[in-house]
Design a protein around this ligand. Sequence first.
Ligand code: HEM
Ligand code: HEM
Length: 215
Amino acid sequence: MIMAVVTMTDRPAPVTEAACEPEATNPWVKVWDPLVRIGHWLLLVAIATALITRGEPETLHQAAGYFVAGYVVFRLFWGISGPTHARFENFLASPLAAIRYLTHLVTGKGTRHIGHSPPGGLMVIALLVVMSLTAGTGMAMENRTPVPTALESLLQGEARAGGDDDDSPWEEVHEASANLLLGLVFFHLGGVLLASFGHRENLVRAMVDGKKRAA
Ligand code: HEM
Ligand code: HEM
């Protein structure tokens, strides 16, 4: 009986979740929602697949390309109706603001942004535009009409009908935009590294768990 009393009184108070989280002083803020994060990493896989396959095998290449097109549609919708940091209105900036941010960043006086920085926001738009162009021209190559449209004739220099994908007037544009996309991805990675070092934070981890330091 005595033992039972000692056990009861000596037992430490149960640690609740609330006790672990300092109220109103949480050093982390949720920035990237799950759809942005999952979409981002799936997009990386899809673009890598499309770039590596370069058209063959056709099914895999096209499936990856259609995923990219679907991602663009989703991201446009999410940019208008998604959570705060996903919305275009919260990260669209002028090129001047982007240059100012980068100049300050390299001189060690950069302003930290919880969402996308001005150049980060512009890069999102550039990536979306070039991804649309690449996927769109890929689809145009597949949808050959027996009689070329005026634009197709102009691109090709002469009117050629039918033929396989190699003959498509869109092929060169598709290849050029895929190369441009690859170039933008390298700039994107450079920007992520620069901002991570500049602000001493792990932006890649933030794109994994969605959280960033509050201050
Ligand atoms: C094909 C390759 C990639 C593409 C097309 C791409 C595209 C994008 C896009 C569109 C966003 C904006 C996210 C949104 O607001 O929805 C973004 C953000 C981001 N990406 Fe990528 N990404 C690629 C590869 C990578 C890789 C390899 C990493 C890291 C190792 C990375 C790290 C990040 C980070 C950290 C952000 C958030 C940047 C910020 O804090 O403003 N990305 N990326
Ligand atoms: C953003 C997504 C895409 C990327 C990054 C991409 C990239 C590429 C690249 C690098 C090539 C090789 C170009 C060359 O060397 O001539 C290629 C070829 C090709 N792509 Fe895509 N592609 C994408 C989406 C699509 C889509 C959606 C389709 C069709 C629905 C498509 C259809 C093709 C075809 C048919 C070829 C072969 C062209 C030929 O015969 O030379 N692509 N793609």
